[in-house]
Design a protein. Structure first.
Length: 164
């Protein structure tokens, strides 16, 4: 990995980590356990579309690991990792299918995949499917927050490429 790429990824990871940390200090947008804005995903989606899948995965994994160390427990780390990896896997093929002006779709589908990944981890960790009662509310909230983060990533990408 060359120095320029490493520096770029480090700065983008730092930005994602800052967004993650700031968001952790905010009150939940709605009184449903697990609902967050997902601000760090703005950076991940941007990196995926601007630099590629490998770089996005590196930023995601580093942010999840450092975020877990700074702000949470092992369970929080597992939830973030499960959600983040499923989100990455779902958004990966969308990179080839969507244009820059459709990037918001990636935000919505990625957020919903993140919620599904977290719920799968939750069921595995706690050994009960009872937590799935939250899934419809999480998916609905994920659609709204994913739209916001997708539009933000889209705007960032278009600005970076001079498309505004």
């Amino acid at each position: 990995m060359d120095t320029k790429r490493l520096t770029r990824l480090a700065l983008l990871t730092a930005a994602a980590l800052i967004l993650f940390t700031v968001e952790a200090q905010l009150p939940p947008p709605v009184p449903i356990p697990g609902v967050k804005l997902g601000l760090a995903n703005i950076v991940t989606v941007y990196v995926l579309f601007r630099y590629g899948a490998r770089d996005a995965l590196l930023v995601l994994l580093t942010r999840v690991l450092l975020g877990g160390m700074f702000a949470g427990s092992a369970v929080t780390l597992l939830f973030s990792l499960g959600g983040g990896l499923l989100c990455w896997l779902v958004t990966l093929p969308l990179r080839k299918l969507l244009t820059e002006k459709q990037l918001w779709v990636c935000g919505v589908l990625g957020a919903m995949a993140h919620d599904l990944g977290q719920m799968a981890v939750c069921v595995a960790v706690y050994g009960t499917a009872a937590v799935l009662v939250y899934l419809p509310a999480l998916l609905l909230a994920g659609m709204a927050t994913g739209l916001f983060t997708g539009l933000a990533a889209q705007g960032l990408l278009m600005k970076a490429r001079g498309g505004f």
